[in-house]
Design a protein around this ligand. Structure first.
Ligand code: AMP
Ligand code: MG
Length: 491
């Protein structure tokens, strides 16, 4: 860094890079490959403030230099992380093929965040890829991850998108871009699968100790920390999937390398939100068999957690059979726990306090009605919260009217009042979600240089449970004559 950039030192970066102290086969040291003419497209000033970084005095041209990787902050130590993963059920060696962690930034309240550039050039793990990313998919990750944050769902965040001024070749030439992602770590189920692959228990133990020190330090002195970690990650993932189900989010590519130990949603590729309720909804163009369909998400999570448990076996007990028995019992608790949490979540969506023996059928009946009648998932709950819905004709349907009567009777149990149940419902049912057709619209505009629609949408998505002047503009489901929405992995 030359002297003319010394004000960059005042931004407030506090790097403390610990991942680079792990055994060196866990990562590769390398720098981002500089880009041609970087230009800032989106920048998250509020996130930067939250993590104690001050960019208010930094001109856009320098922001672009920093977040393209052309001008690295002092204290950064750039690496690509190694990991493995089951992709659609098949085990593969992977790693950051187009991402570089520039360092771990420590906030004033002592929180640690990976700062990662996605699209920063080839790495030893790129395989046949070019290491680059395109503008629209990076803006897509930015807006959807920030929407998830607004929805109160654990997620990695997005700090910046910078155009590179270079072309990336996909099916057609696209504008290149780099996304800066902020995550409590990038440790995945796949990182554990990688750590155990070499069958060196000491190395696995080193990585395990690193992970618990970073995420769950309080379990260090437990009798069996490996069992504890497995239990915690199961809890975290159940909570996460329940949140996804609550808002109709479909991750789209729940490979084990895309499941974090922190419980944050990661890797926004072919993800999308469901409009009309259909449990079999799949958007990803490569998910031919619906492995990652909306309603399969809990069972896939369980499958991934089994892979996680397998990689902890040597640390659970020296006796392999005993370790497997313990791990199996813990994994078997998943379904019951998930089911219980799912009903709790659905009760909240319906404003139901306490429990009643008919709750299960009340909930299932509503979902079946929505499915049969192609009702919009988000808007149905908005309608039940007395929100004005443009497409409300469907709710005059006799089946729905009958169901609503039962629901209203149930609401009266447990001393509830409209004030009470609406408050509960409004805390869990978003008025607005990043609807696919709206996302497409704003990305198209952004790609042609008009970022206003993107920023306006982002603003509304910051507070999805709160009615805002522009909320209505984003509540329409896609017109039903629109062809089936598809998402792509080339992100
Ligand atoms: P994902 O589907 O985003 O989880 O990515 C799966 C794997 O493919 C990861 O190892 C990525 O780093 C890698 N990858 C995806 N796109 C590219 C690319 N354009 N160049 C190199 N590696 C890539
Ligand atoms: Mg991934």
């Amino acid at each position: 860094m030359d002297k003319s950039h010394s004000y960059i030192d005042k931004i407030g970066w506090q790097f403390d890079n610990t991942y680079t102290k792990l055994p060196n086969y866990m990562f590769s040291k390398l720098s981002p490959i500089p880009v041609n003419t970087p230009e800032v497209v989106a920048f998250n000033y509020s996130l930067s403030k939250e993590i104690g970084l001050d960019f208010s005095n930094i001109p856009n041209k320098d922001l672009a230099l920093i977040f393209s990787g052309n001008l690295l902050p002092r204290g950064s130590d750039t690496i690509a992380q190694a990991y493995a993963g089951h992709q659609f059920g098949h085990f593969t060696m992977l790693g950051d093929g187009r991402a570089i962690v520039i360092g771990e930034h420590i906030t004033k309240d002592n929180k640690r965040f990976d700062i990662q550039f996605k699209g920063s050039g080839k790495t030893p793990y790129s395989r046949n890829g070019d290491g680059r990313a395109a503008l629209e998919p990076m803006l897509r990750e930015y807006i959807i991850s920030e929407a998830m944050y607004g929805l109160g769902i654990p997620t990695t965040r997005s700090l910046a998108v910078v155009k590179t001024g270079e072309t990336v070749m996909r099916e057609i030439p696209l504008k290149g871009a780099i996304l800066t992602r902020v995550a409590s770590s990038h440790i995945r189920v796949g990182t554990f699968q990688y750590a155990i692959f070499f069958k060196d228990k000491n190395n696995l133990k080193t990585f395990f100790d690193y992970t618990i020190k970073r995420h769950y330090p309080y379990i260090k002195d437990y009798k069996n920390p490996a069992i504890e970690l497995l239990k915690i990650v199961i809890e975290k993932q159940i909570k996460l999937i329940i949140d996804w189900m609550r808002v109709g989010f479909i991750h789209g590519v729940m490979n084990t390398d895309n499941m974090t130990i922190s419980g944050e949603t990661i890797d926004y590729g072919p993800c999308a939100f469901m409009d009309r309720y259909d449990p079999e909804t799949v958007f990803s163009s490569i998910d031919y068999h619906g492995r990652y369909a909306y309603f399969n998400q809990p069972s896939v999570a369980r499958w991934n957690l089994e892979r996680f448990a397998e990689s902890l076996i040597p640390l659970i007990d020296n006796n392999k059979d005993k370790a497997i028995k313990i791990a199996t019992e813990i994994i078997n608790s998943f379904s019951e726990k998930y089911k219980k949490s799912w009903f709790e979540m659905m009760r909240r969506k319906l404003g139901l306090f306490g429990e009643d023996s008919n709750d299960e059928s009340l909930i299932i009946d509503l979902l079946s009605w929505m499915h049969k009648n192609n009702a919009d998932y988000t808007n149905t709950f908005c309608f039940l919260m007395d929100e004005k819905i443009e497409e409300s004709k469907i709710y005059k349907n006799q089946g729905f009217v009958n169901w609503k009567e039962k629901w209203q009777k149930r609401l009266k149990l447990y001393d509830s009042s409209p004030e009470k149940y609406l408050k509960l419902m409004r805390s869990v049912n978003p008025l607005v979600i990043p609807r696919n057709h709206k996302i497409e619209e704003v990305l198209k505009d952004a790609n042609s240089g008009d970022l206003n629609p993107f920023s306006n949408f982002l603003k509304v998505l910051e507070k999805p449970y709160k009615k805002q002047t522009k909320t209505n503009n984003y509540q329409f489901p896609a017109p039903s004559n629109k062809k089936k929405y598809q998402t792509f992995c080339g992100t």
